[in-house]
Write a protein that binds this ligand. Structure first.
Ligand code: SF4
Length: 477
């Protein structure tokens, strides 16, 4: 199985404005969804692809905007979960007259590859996006229409996907999977009559477009000189919005499914304070950056002092990056090394430290060590996400059980025993996890409309019974 969790954008200007500068800004506002590579595609041209952050190419923005000038464009930032971080695997990808950018996971990629004549898939050399694009193009040539092709492909394809496409006949398309695993929104910029679809509304804000609505799960949007057209390629009403987006992945300024991420995180902190009211704490600190609103919410709810006890170094090469989405463990360790405690705030205190998730335990261990070195008297760690016990096959990079901090090597454990095992391994004095009910209530969404598979192990929403593999087998490294 292959994963590509990323950020996607599609822009079409009805006034004929060159929207390439806009797609660059939009991608910069989605950088938190992928730090490894970025790219854009316009009709009738080979896609442009670059390694690294979008801002690393800033000296070329003017040249790119002139060379690729177009009123229709799609873009992509990449966070790879398989294959090498090379230019070949960066997106958009082009198949015949269609370019494609993808955020999600195609879980049955080998099966799909078998349906595409001449397409061989191995984890090392191919991307699930390419296989999906090849199958889609062959269905479009058979059925004559993107909507019809997607209505067939959705039955053949298992997984999560938000796609943007651009065709050589100057149309931009956006499609969201029937369960709505990954987010996607639609916006409009009135001043130059331009439509924008993007993974998150942070990208709309960056280009001055107004959020109109979420793209509906199972919806296909077409943007062309005829304006906006929409159709449903699936009538499935059950939803599985990724709950991890709400605690970690999404940008705090974004709105998805009617909820603002910053406010949701703050409420999660308030709910966490009711579950674990640690009243003898001297102060509450966040692990920067995603946990900040939750720590504030927790502190306000309990009336305990909130402070910044840990600061991310913004000046080292890796310091400003997000550790969890770095592809290599060595890079994740390097980033966490540059979260620096402030001794004057921490020393002699009982510190409640709030983090957004505990996946591999890498950052928690490093942070607790650093807090001890800074003289913390007692460290209670609270996690805004429930215990992650199972691999995600819907677009987030925890593909194997053996890399998770909760891995028990098939030994049966109660939740309490599991928490105690993790607490010991990270070196905290107390560890408390949020639960799914609490999280859904804080976000204000029905629990059964959210995906909690990585915590529950229930893969029904994906319709698979996975055969868990090691990371090495998953990644093909
Ligand atoms: S398994 Fe977890 S990370 Fe993956 S989509 Fe579901 S909630 Fe999100």
């Amino acid at each position: 199985m292959v994963k590509e969790n990323c950020g996607v954008v599609g822009i079409f200007s009805l006034s004929g404005t060159n929207v390439v500068p806009m797609v660059i800004d939009a991608l910069r506002a989605l950088q938190h969804r992928g730090q490894e590579a970025w790219g854009l595609a316009i009709p009738n041209k080979t896609p442009l692809k670059k390694l690294g952050l979008v801002s690393a190419s800033s000296s070329e923005f003017k040249k790119i905007s002139e060379e690729y000038s177009s009123s229709a464009v799609i873009g992509h930032v990449r966070y790879s979960t398989i294959g090498k971080s090379n230019l070949e695997n960066a997106q958009p990808l082009k198949v015949k007259d269609l370019c494609i950018a993808h955020n999600g996971t195609i879980a049955n990629v080998q099966e799909l590859a078998n349906m595409v004549g001449g397409c061989s898939f191995t984890p090392q050399n191919a991307s699930d996006t390419l296989v999906a694009a090849q199958r889609l193009v062959s269905l479009i040539s058979e059925k004559g229409q993107m909507g019809k092709a997607l209505s067939i492909l959705k039955n053949e394809m298992v997984g999560s996907y938000c796609f943007t496409f651009i065709s050589d006949d100057n149309a931009v398309y956006a499609a969201r999977d029937p369960k709505g695993f990954r987010p996607m929104v639609l916006g409009h910029k009135e001043s130059d009559d331009t439509y924008v679809v993007a993974s998150e509304s942070s990208a709309l804000s960056a280009v001055g477009a107004k959020l109109q609505r979420d793209v509906r799960p199972g919806e296909l949007i077409k943007l062309s000189s005829d304006g906006l057209k929409t159709e449903m390629f699936s009538e499935d009403n059950s939803r599985a919005h990724c709950s991890f987006e709400f605690t970690y992945f999404a940008h705090p300024s974004s709105n998805m499914e009617g909820a603002n991420i910053y406010i949701s995180r703050k409420k999660i902190g308030q709910f966490l304070a009711k579950k674990f009211p640690i009243r003898d704490a001297d102060l509450v600190i966040p692990v920067p950056d995603s946990a900040r609103p939750a720590a504030l919410g927790y502190a306000q709810e309990l009336g305990v002092l909130f402070d910044e006890g840990l600061l991310k170094d913004r000046y080292s090469k890796k310091g400003p990056l997000r550790s969890f989405i770095e592809p290599h463990q060595s890079d994740r360790i390097e980033i966490n090394r540059w979260i620096i405690p402030i001794r004057e705030i921490i020393e002699g205190k009982h510190v409640v430290v709030i983090d957004d998730s505990l996946v591999r335990g890498t950052s928690s261990k490093a942070i607790i060590k650093a807090l001890r070195r800074a003289g913390a008297k007692k460290i209670s760690m609270l996690i805004t996400y429930p215990p992650i016990k199972f691999p995600c096959y819907a677009g987030i990079d925890f593909p194997s059980q053996d890399e998770l901090a909760t891995f028990t090597n098939r030994k049966e454990m109660t939740d309490e025993e599991l928490t105690e095992m993790v607490r010991k391994s990270i070196g905290a004095d107390f560890l408390g996890y949020n639960d799914a009910e609490n999280l859904a209530a804080a976000v204000g969404m029905p629990m059964d409309s959210m995906c909690f598979t990585c915590s529950s192990g229930n893969y029904d929403s994906l319709g698979i019974a996975p055969d868990f593999k090691t990371r090495l087998e998953m990644k093909g490294e």
